[in-house]
Design a protein around this ligand. Structure first.
Ligand code: ZN
Ligand code: ZN
Length: 145
C-alpha cells in the first residue's frame, strides 16, 4: 500500500511536534522510508539511504528514535532480526509475515480486549503484546504438480 498525502502529512506533523532532532542522515533515512511501500530491514534501509556500512548504528538509532515518537512499527522475524515500517501514532495492528520472502500483509485482528480482561484477572497492569503471524505466501509456496 502506497502512503497517501494525509498519511505523509501526519508523519511530518508528528516529527515536528516531537523534540526529535533531524540530522541530515535522519532526513535521508526518513526519505527512504517514505519512498517504500513495504517493511524493510535496517541494513536494506541503510543501502537505500545511500549511507556507508559504518552508519548501520545510526540507522538503528534513528529507527529507535522514530519508534519512540510512534511513527515506526517493528516487525520481529521468526529468525533473527526485524523489519521496520512507517506507521501512524497509535495505529495498532499486526502482520502476516512470509518466512521465505518476508513479504508482509497487514492483519487487522487483535485480541487486546480479551488479553486485557485476562491480565486484569491475574493482576497484571501496563500490559502490551506482540502478535505476528508467520507462514509461507502464495508466491513462495512450492509447486504441488
Ligand atoms: Zn513469500
Ligand atoms: Zn494487538
Amino acid at each position: 500500500m502506497k502512503h497517501n498525502k494525509e498519511f505523509l502529512k501526519r508523519i511530518f506533523e508528528t516529527i515536528e511536534l516531537s523534540s526529535l532532532r533531524m540530522t541530515q542522515k535522519r532526513e535521508r533515512i526518513l526519505e527512504s522510508l517514505l519512498a517504500l511501500d513495504r517493511p524493510v530491514s535496517a541494513s536494506a534501509l541503510r543501502d537505500l539511504a545511500g549511507l556507508p556500512e559504518t552508519d548501520l548504528v545510526t540507522v538503528y538509532r534513528t529507527l529507535e528514535a522514530f519508534e519512540g515518537i510512534g511513527i515506526i512499527q517493528k516487525i520481529p522475524l521468526e529468525e533473527m532480526g526485524c523489519l521496520y515500517e512507517l506507521t501512524e501514532t497509535n495505529d495498532h495492528y499486526h502482520h502476516f509475515v512470509c518466512r521465505e520472502c518476508h513479504r508482509t500483509e497487514r492483519l487487522d485482528l487483535c485480541l487486546e480486549d480479551e488479553l486485557g480482561a485476562r491480565a486484569e484477572k491475574l493482576g497484571f497492569t501496563e500490559v502490551s503484546h506482540l502478535m505476528e503471524v508467520y507462514g509461507v505466501c502464495g508466491e513462495c509456496k512450492p509447486e504441488t504438480d
